[in-house]
Ligand binder design. Structure first.
Ligand code: AMP
Length: 395
């Protein structure tokens, strides 16, 4: 990576302002998945070892509308952090302003403070220069470890870099190493698996990946549009009629690299309780039925395609995995990836629903890399530069 990292910065006696991504799921005031908090710990521990004056943490959580909203307070992450760091962490219910400044000034040497949600301020998402300057007053050095928001140009990750020396944390560095390397410099064969609801949301990633991969396996709802473009009736399946031409063009451009599921699971109701069965994907789907998952025949065909792959990137579920009955394709494919990982392939799960799926299957730790950012990882796979990364100092 050509950007400075936390290792390149002089942190001794400095107030280190760290942008983390603690946009975690909550139930009431309990954090239900602490992955993102856990992933920030190596950076925080490293900074503490450099004998800083203090660490000041900032993050957003959810989508409050530019003003304080108790539902989106970051207070619930504090006990989790204390537990993971085994150190006291203070909290202030303000992001910038006199209360936040006082809290920073009162910190003991080596103390840690979590600021309230950056998005409680209108200036955050519109990257307001004044808000960025106020944030910057709270620190001497800026470290960005928030990969999940790196594709957004906000005040707490981009605006702030105009005021302070700025470098990447270890999590940001690790995400970039895996995801950029996969597209720029993959060990081959390189195979991508793309699923999820719609083709339209992932056109760019499919187009970019087709120029880089050896094969592209398509599953999930978006496969329906390709099947229909190939001339099949897909019954009542989710399909994007206005993307049929595009799907056809992509298949033509792919010259056989693009591989669709061989077998699908169809159901007579969009629920866990109707009738469901596996059918060859080459058959027309009867009216009143819809494709909700890939079948085991497709999983085993995908497994054959994946055999020998040295780099595999996966984004998007193979079916409506939120319903247990239609999660089989996604979960079984995750197990195939775990097996390939053990055999030495680099397996990268690119954020969002596919991460939830490998976590649910209990095999996230068997993958080479599970990304903490859905939107950000998709943009990297599209070959884009992330504004949160571009704003950091060059090495
Ligand atoms: P995305 O955000 O584009 O990755 O899409 C994820 C969503 O796609 C999940 O909520 C799945 O339920 C949905 N999905 C996957 N396969 C299908 C399908 N065959 N029909 C309808 N929705 C699907």
């Amino acid at each position: 990576m050509n950007k400075k990292t936390v290792r390149d910065m002089d942190l001794k006696d400095k107030r280190v302002l760290v942008r983390v991504d603690y946009n975690v799921p909550l139930e009431g005031d309990k954090v239900t998945d602490a992955t993102r908090i856990r992933e920030s710990i190596p950076t925080l521990k490293y900074i503490l070892e450099q004998d800083p004056q203090a660490i000041i943490l900032m993050s957003h959580l959810g989508r409050p509308k530019g003003k304080p909203d108790p539902e989106f307070s970051l207070r619930p992450v504090v006990p989790v952090l204390i537990d993971l760091l085994d150190k006291d962490v203070q909290f202030v219910d303000e992001t910038v302003g006199s209360k936040a400044k006082d809290a920073v000034n009162r910190l003991p040497k080596g103390g840690i403070l979590m600021l309230e949600n950056t998005r409680f301020n209108e200036g955050e998402t519109n990257n307001d220069a004044e808000f960025a300057a106020q944030l910057a007053q709270l620190g001497d050095v800026f470290i960005n470890d928030a990969f999940g928001t790196a594709h957004r140009a906000h005040a707490s990750n981009v605006g702030i870099t105009r005021h302070l020396p700025a470098a990447a944390g270890f999590l940001l560095e690790k995400e970039l190493d895996y995801l950029v390397d996969a597209v720029e410099n993959p060990k081959r064969p390189f195979i991508a698996i793309i699923g999820g609801a719609k083709v339209s949301g992932k056109i760019e990633v499919i187009q970019t990946l087709l120029t880089k991969v050896d094969k592209l396996l398509i599953g999930g709802g978006m496969a329906n549009t390709f099947l229909k473009a190939r001339g099949q009736d897909v019954g009542d399946s989710l399909v994007e009629d206005d993307a049929l031409g595009l799907a056809q063009d992509l298949m033509n451009a792919a010259k056989g690299k693009l591989i669709l599921p061989r077998e699908v699971v169809i159901a007579d109701d969009f629920s866990n309780d109707g009738q469901a069965m596996s059918v060859p994907a080459s058959e027309d789907v009867p009216k009143g039925w819809r494709i909700l998952d890939i079948g085991m025949g497709a999983v085993s065909a995908f497994k054959d395609e994946l055999k020998g792959a040295r780099t595999i990137v996966w984004n998007g579920p193979m079916g409506v995995f939120e319903m247990p009955r239609f999660a089989t394709g996604t979960v079984e494919l995750a197990k195939v990836l775990a097996e390939l990982s053990r055999e030495g392939a680099t397996t990268i799960i690119g954020g969002g629903d596919s991460v939830a799926a490998v976590q649910e299957a209990g095999i996230a730790d068997q993958m080479s890399h599970v990304s903490t950012g859905g939107g950000a990882s998709l943009e990297l796979l599209e070959g884009k530069t992330l504004p949160g990364v571009a704003a950091l100092q060059d090495k």
